[in-house]
Design a protein around this ligand. Structure first.
Ligand SMILES: Nc1ncnc2c1ncn2[C@@H]1O[C@H](COP(=O)(O)OP(=O)(O)OP(=O)(O)O)[C@@H](O)[C@H]1O
Length: 336
């Protein structure tokens, strides 16, 4: 378990961390998720001991490490741009942490071979970093961080510099790797899809404060506020309420039909709208609409089947309905 208690850090008059308290369960893969500048890296670096807090405490495995130097915190760290030693082979890069700890050469040799198998780089021991792809280099970085058998792995946007396809592959790979090694891991990302995909816990940061912590399903289905809701998925504003686009139902109106709309006290929100655009995106169809008479724009996401049944065309009049789920925040505290 990593426990952060009331962590505060100022850069001049800018508060990068504002009283953050967080428990990271042992063996979990926890994502620190938030927009740029929300304090994710500052928090990660503080846990690593690379930044000192102005106030607050950090414990790893029940030990207060707040004043312990980074190299004695039992941490493996991987950055977005991995600083590989270019003149060293993959083998020597991965074994570096072991050789400076004066581990015997044969032990290093076999440990590195094992790690390279584990990260899918078996057979590439004698290559140099320049002879690896970006994705392979990041996997080498993870192998190097794992080599010292850290208690905790800290990953700061480790796949941030890679293209979308490789990122997605490495996400799957990281999940599987974590299932095998079970090292308590914190992953910093600003990408909600990455966090939802890979993490078993997500801590959402905004303006240096922790907005919500939970498992991906909880955060998605029961966001604590509109910021979390908007950050972990798409949102549409229907009337004064934020809803998920896929929770909006559409019914085509017959010519001349005058439905009863929006009774704000009702359990359902209803709006009359006109279809502005229909886009088929493989498994789903996105329908852009404009409400009548207020002229607000919103998007509904339908399944392809539902869209085919409705057979919507630009200019069609529809009735848009969504459940007024009280756990979904209202427009009034919408803050992104
Ligand atoms: N060494 C520093 N000196 C001054 N300000 C800093 C320093 N490091 C970070 N900051 C500021 O603190 C804020 C939080 O930075 P941090 O890197 O923790 O955010 P982040 O959520 O990781 O963002 P990003 O995703 O862009 O890296 C930013 O506004 C940043 O400019």
């Amino acid at each position: 378990m990593i426990t952060v208690t009331d962590a505060t850090k100022d850069w001049g008059d800018f508060r990068a961390l504002d009283g953050v308290s967080l428990d990271v369960p042992s063996g979990s893969l926890t994502a620190l998720l938030g927009p740029s500048g929300s304090g994710k890296s500052t928090l990660l670096r503080a846990i690593a001991g690379l930044e000192t807090l102005d106030s607050g405490r950090i414990e790893i495995g029940g030990v207060d490490v707040t004043d312990v130097p980074p190299q004695r915190r039992g941490i493996g760290f991987v950055f977005q741009h991995y600083a590989a030693f270019r003149h060293m082979t993959v083998r020597d890069n991965v074994g570096f942490g072991l050789s400076i700890r004066k581990v015997a050469k044969p032990t290093i040799h076999s440990r590195v071979d094992e790690l390279l198998e584990l990260v899918g780089l078996g057979g590439l021991q004698d290559r140099y970093p320049a002879q690896l792809s970006g994705g392979q280099r990041q996997r080498m970085a993870l192998a190097r961080a794992l080599a010292i058998q850290p208690e905790v792995m800290l990953l700061d946007e480790p796949f941030g510099a890679l293209d979308a396809k490789v990122r997605a592959e490495l996400r799957d790979w990281l999940r599987h790797l974590h299932d095998e090694v079970h090292v308590t891991t914190i992953l910093v990302t600003h990408d909600q899809e990455e966090a939802l995909d890979v993490a078993d816990h997500i801590a959402v940061l905004n303006h240096g404060r922790l907005e919500q912590v939970g498992n991906p399903t909880d955060l998605y289905d029961h966001p604590a506020n509109s910021f979390v809701m908007g950050f972990l998925g798409s949102v549409s504003r229907l009337g004064h309420t934020l809803v998920r686009p896929q929770h909006i139902e559409l019914r085509k109106l017959a010519p001349g039909e005058e439905p009863v709309v929006t009774d704000w006290s009702a359990a359902k929100i209803t709006e009359r709208a006109v279809v502005e655009r229909v886009t088929h995106l493989g498994f789903e169809t996105r329908v852009e609409l404009v409400t009548l008479p207020s002229g607000d724009r919103f998007t509904a996401a339908l399944t392809r089947k539902n869209a085919n049944e409705l057979d919507l065309a630009v200019g069609d009049s529809v009735l848009a309905t969504a459940d007024r789920d009280t756990e979904h925040a209202t427009f009034d505290d919408w803050s992104i």
